[in-house]
Write a protein that binds this ligand. Structure first.
Ligand code: IVH
Length: 707
């Protein structure tokens, strides 16, 4: 241990060991302070640890750890706040980057709604605020709950903190609907951010990296008094559950919000042509630096609410809104190294290790280089000076090399042909035309430890099992301690810990009666793991990390098969050559041959089947998805659409059918319940007649769909 050596006396190896020790110590103290409200050391001692960490990092910037305590803002962990289920999901937005993307947005909507060129399609336009979204629930005009977005379905209860914001009314005027949920962005103005950081420095506390982090850190305080002392603002821009809608347009809703006492953005505008959206975008871009708060683009929404309802959603974003981003901010820095990371599917991703640099208010020290071809195309070499950019939440990228600054002895980068983690050959798949895939993959498969570790991280990620207190960092720790190597190990962890807990998870100091006992954070984790034995089927399927199974497909599979057993049974059947079943499944909307191939590949691995069985044996109980709707005439039925529909577009009809609980497929089989035949229906109609499938005219369908 080198904890007594002055920072100036440390050599590199000692500095690295010290940074590791300090990261661990600070994490322990943070947990004690935030999770248990029971600090183990004095504030002054804590500050001294932090300062030492920062001084070592300043002397050895290259040794700064990925999990450096200096990057952590004083935010409390999720477990500290209660959960709030959003009755109406809080969604994200699709992105537009170019004027063409915006015109395409207009065209897409017109096509979906079947509008004539002469029909007016109005949009609203307003800045996209770079803060945190929050949802405020009012019952009979009284603010009863405030929550963060969380994963969109479940957020954190931060009512007390939100109530301290002067711009959030606690009561709404008489006459508002019984239930009102106002959603908007909590943010900190540039001036308030600068003043807060001055106060932080004066108090020898760490300054915040940018206004967004400052807002997040301020809002997620367990001590409401701290939040109250932080100058936070709020813009309202949308809503969640409403017992009645007070207007028929987005702009009308904003007028109501303003009348109810909320701040809406002064740049809010309603226009009737996409060119006007582009003009507004350019106008606000030009004013961006002088607005007084950070924005990262504009948000456009379809004005008419009846259109919004018809347009609905794709995955997690509305079809009727889009974020038009401002160009990324760039900076120049030195590329110190290129590291190869192994992903859960074995992909080898090169990562640029950079001399830390501030880009758009955030310190960047890693950037993705995507793949070997990209490195070769840009001729990026270790030691080069490079331009990096960051756009919103996107991972920083290396844009290009500053060739004038290249060192004379620089060497082209040679992409590895072996997995750096397990030594197996690393190869590029070649397709039928002999074209090599851009991705180089480790061929170690289930034997490559890096892949297994990354699969575990995916298994516990937010959209999958989402276990409180079990994130990437903890997976790394349990992995290194040989406590967790497979998903099922997570569920047997408690029993093994209770038999023989490793010292790392016992209190080493603190109050006497705690020393040698299991840390509170671990006990909490066990509770969270136990709770996750009951898990939504779609989350479990997504968490398995099957290739080509994203969140949407996982939901589709969960909905179609209803249980893990049925999914496994059917995949086994098609592997054994049941071609009828295969054809049926391939016809299910969103499935297709590629998906079936990868399901087969996954379930044909004995290890994967064993792992699933072990999960079930450990007590994991996947719960089937509720059908979207069960009390509609088409719930659970299989529908095919054919011919030209005139009253709604095919896309709209399909979306409507799915929300009513139906399955929409592309081809007719004996299992089809309804064929909706529009004008000029051809061979599908004939086949449906042959098979005795119920045939609906467009009018029949519209009558059903609007019941
Ligand atoms: S509307 C269903 N309007 O951007 C549409 N979002 O990328 C919901 N945001 O989670 C969002 N300013 O946190 C909307 N004027 C604005 C916004 C805005 C910032 C954030 C919001 C949302 C994220 C989506």
């Amino acid at each position: 241990m080198h904890e007594n050596l002055p920072v100036e006396a440390l050599d590199e190896r000692q500095a690295q060991a010290e940074l590791e020790r300090l990261a661990k110590a600070l994490a322990t103290h943070d947990a004690a302070y935030y999770q248990n409200d029971a600090p183990l050391i004095s504030d002054a001692d804590y500050d001294a640890l932090r300062r030492r960490n920062e001084q070592i990092e300043a002397r050895f910037p290259d040794l700064k750890r990925a999990d450096s305590p200096s990057d952590k803002i004083g935010s409390a962990p999720n477990a500290a706040f209660g959960k709030v289920e959003h009755r109406v999901a809080m969604l994200s937005l699709g992105n537009a980057f170019t004027p063409d993307d915006v015109r395409e947005f207009d065209t897409r909507i017109r096509r979906f709604l079947n509008l004539e060129a002469s029909d007016v399609l109005a949009f609203t336009s307003e800045p996209k605020i770079d803060g945190l979204s929050a949802s405020l629930r009012y019952e009979k005009g009284v603010l009863v709950r405030g929550a963060t977005r969380g994963d969109g379905r479940v957020g954190e209860d931060i009512t007390a903190n939100l109530k301290t914001l002067p711009e959030i009314p606690h009561r709404l005027p008489d006459g508002v609907p019984d239930i009102v949920e106002i959603r908007g962005e909590v943010y900190m103005s540039g001036a308030n951010f600068a003043a807060l950081n001055e106060r932080q420095l004066a108090a020898k506390a760490k300054p915040f990296a940018n206004p967004r982090n400052a807002a997040a850190g301020s809002l997620r305080q367990l001590d409401t008094k701290i939040t109250a002392a932080r100058p936070l603002s709020f813009f309202a821009y949308t809503w969640g559950e409403m017992s009645a809608l007070p207007a028929e347009t987005q702009s009308g809703m904003m007028d109501c919000f303003a009348a109810w006492g909320f701040k809406v953005n002064p740049a809010f505008l309603r226009v009737e042509h996409p060119d006007d959206l582009l003009a507004h975008w350019a106008d606000i871009e030009a004013q961006r630096a002088h607005l007084g708060y950070d924005i990262d683009g504009m948000v456009y929404k379809v004005d008419r609410l009846d259109y919004q309802t018809r347009l609905g959603f794709v995955s997690r974003a509305p079809r009727w809104a889009i974020a038009h981003k401002f160009p990324a901010e760039q900076a120049v820095t030195k590329l110190n190294n290129i590291e190869i990371q192994v992903g859960r599917t074995g992909s080898l991703t090169p990562v640029a290790k950079l001399a830390p640099i501030t880009v758009g208010g955030v310190v960047v020290s890693n950037a993705t280089l995507h793949n070997g071809d990209e490195i070769a195309r840009k001729d990026v070499r270790i030691g080069d000076t490079v331009v990096v950019q960051r756009a919103g939440d996107v991972i920083p990228q290396v844009v290009k090399v500053v060739l004038e600054a290249r060192l004379a002895d620089s060497q082209a980068f040679v992409f590895p042909t072996q997995c750096p983690e397990c030594g197996s050959a690393a190869v590029r798949d070649v397709d039928e035309d002999g074209k090599a895939d851009v991705v180089t993959r480790c061929t170690g498969g289930l034997t490559c430890p890096a892949q297994a570790r990354e699969r575990l991280k995916h298994f516990v990620s937010r959209a999958a099992l989402d276990i409180d207190g079990l994130g990437q960092k903890q997976i790394d720790e349990f992995w290194q301690a040989d406590m967790v190597h497979t998903p099922q190990d997570i569920f047997t962890l408690q029993a093994r810990f209770e038999n023989n807990p490793p010292a790392k998870w016992l209190y080493a100091n603190g109050p006497k009666d705690k020393i040698g006992t299991l840390k509170d954070s671990v006990k909490k984790l066990f509770k969270a793991i136990e709770a996750r034995k009951t898990v939504d089927l779609d989350r479990l399927i997504f968490g398995l990390g099957i290739r080509h199974v994203g969140e949407t497909t996982a939901r589709g599979l969960a909905r179609h098969f209803g249980s893990l057993e049925k999914l496994m049974q059917d995949v086994t059947k098609i592997s054994q050559g049941d071609s009828l079943l295969r054809a049926d499944l391939a016809a299910v909307d969103g499935f297709g041959e590629t998906l079936l191939d990868s399901l087969e590949a996954f379930f044909s691995e004995a290890k994967n089947r064993e792992s699933l069985q072990a999960l079930l044996d450990a007590g994991v109980r996947p719960t089937p998805l509720e059908a979207v709707a069960q009390d509609t005439p088409v719930a659970g039925k299989t529908i095919v659409f054919t011919g030209t529909l005139v009253q709604m577009t095919r896309a709209e009809a399909k979306a409507r059918a799915e929300t009513m609980g139906a399955k929409v497929v592309g081809s007719i089989s004996a299992k089809t319940d309804f064929l909706v035949a529009g004008a000029e229906a051809g061979s599908k109609l004939t086949k449906a007649q042959e098979l005795g499938v119920t045939i609906l005219t467009e009018d029949d369908w519209v009558a059903l769909a609007t019941q």
